[in-house]
Design a protein around this ligand. Structure first.
Ligand SMILES: Cc1ncc(COP(=O)(O)O)c(C=O)c1O
Length: 395
């Protein structure tokens, strides 16, 4: 059977979703799609012997915890708050990495986490007494070092932790075997939305150096950025590599994907507020690129509009947000409808790196949050935000 095209499948499922059944703006996450992604990841875990954590930085919606923890081994956190969320809301194991810990946070992080991963040998040494103290107090915590393989597979420096001069991970060329005494594991994260081949090449580049170090350690965390749930991802290749690393070096292997867990699972619903024209047809909507989909501006990228007409069919409309920022533009789209004032529309694939990055610039309201199940059509509007949420953050 050919692999399911999950992008097309998600488009078809959301085409049946009534966009007026939720407030606007609103993130709607399909838990059935998250479950399908998690099933694929669980199969990879089972076949390879790896343990897979959800990287909370991509999506940390507590309402997804029951489905995520049914399939995955735990969460990967980026600091104290995510570690607490992982421990309190998701359960399973918690692996916490931060590029820079504060001593006052670290005590709690050590208590909340199964693995704490430092970004440099300097932090590792400085915080050694705190780690010892936590262990003395009965915390069963393992310690790792993030290495920078100095092997770049990135397509843009902004999303390439292995780019020259990167601050992320201790450069592998500066590490000696004796620096790793007392450590439990190594961590590396160098990919972004990538297939298996870049991971394989990275491993081949560092294996002669890192392999012998691993022989004395317990685990290797291969980070995130693996697009494992995409239909064309070489999962057999990944499974074989993980098995080889485990067998050759006697270590456990962890993966911490974020995006792959929630790929194609969510939409962001918006409403047309006004239609104008200035050389091109324009639409002002209650969706803001800068407040609700900041990666549209930062990455940058053009999201997919649900039900968009094919290229070359004309009738493009430039859709932008209600804020004062001239660049608060989501892009030029070909809606299948008139796009009249009051009409609802939605952008696809909006679960990852969107709701975790929203802000209230200009007092623009935060999108509501809803959980939907495309198998049962059950809908649950979890949370709506108002003035108090805006006011509370401003002192
Ligand atoms: C250390 C670390 N782990 C995991 C991830 C998750 O990556 P992704 O969502 O691309 O799979 C990231 C993303 O930046 C990361 O920095």
């Amino acid at each position: 059977m050919p692999p399911i095209d999950i992008a097309a499948d998600s488009r078809a499922r959301f085409a049946s979703f009534d966009l007026t059944s939720v407030p606007s703006p609103c993130f709607v996450v399909d838990e059935a799609q998250v479950a399908r992604n998690c099933e694929i990841l669980a199969e990879v875990a089972e076949a390879s012997g790896a343990q897979i954590f959800l990287a909370l930085k991509a999506c940390s919606m507590p309402a997804l915890a029951p489905v995520v923890t049914r399939y995955l081994a735990g969460t990967a956190a980026s600091g104290l708050h995510e570690a607490r969320l992982g421990r309190e809301e998701f359960g399973g194991q918690v692996a916490t990495f931060s590029a820079g810990f504060k001593p006052e946070d670290l005590q709690e992080v050590l208590a909340l986490s199964d693995h704490v991963i430092f970004n440099s040998l300097g932090q590792l040494r400085r915080f050694h007494p705190l780690v010892e103290e936590a262990r003395w107090n009965g915390e069963d915590v393992e310690i790792g070092l993030r290495i920078n393989p100095q092997h770049s597979e990135g397509w843009t420096d902004r999303y390439d932790p292995a780019a020259p001069c990167s601050r992320l991970g201790h450069p592998v060329s500066q590490i000696r075997a004796e620096d790793l005494a007392g450590l439990d594991g190594l961590h590396m994260h160098t990919l972004c939305e990538q297939g298996f081949a870049p991971l394989a090449r990275t491993w081949e580049a560092i294996a002669p150096t890192v392999g012998p170090w691993l022989d004395a350690l317990s685990w290797l965390n291969l980070g995130g950025g693996h697009h494992i749930t995409q239909p064309d991802y070489d999962r057999d290749g990944l499974i074989a590599l993980i098995r080889r690393i485990r067998e050759d070096h006697g270590v456990e292997v962890f993966l911490e994907p974020g995006e792959a867990v929630v790929l194609h699972s969510g939409i962001l619903v918006g409403e047309v507020l006004d239609r104008t024209e200035n050389e091109v047809p324009l639409a002002i909507s209650d969706l803001s690129a800068t407040c609700h989909m900041p990666d549209v501006v930062e990455a940058p990228y053009r999201p997919d509009l649900l039900g968009e007409r094919p290229e070359g069919t004309g009738g493009e409309i430039r859709i932008g947000g209600p804020s004062c920022l001239a660049g608060d533009v989501i892009g030029d789209f070909r809606p299948a409808t008139e796009f009249a004032v009051g009409e609802r529309f939605a952008f696809l694939d909006q679960t990852h790196y969107s709701m975790v990055k929203t802000n209230t610039f200009n007092g623009v309201p935060l999108p509501a949050l809803a959980l939907w199940n495309s198998d049962t059509d059950q809908l649950n509007v979890l949370r709506e935000f108002g003035y108090d949420d805006f006011r509370m953050r401003l002192g």
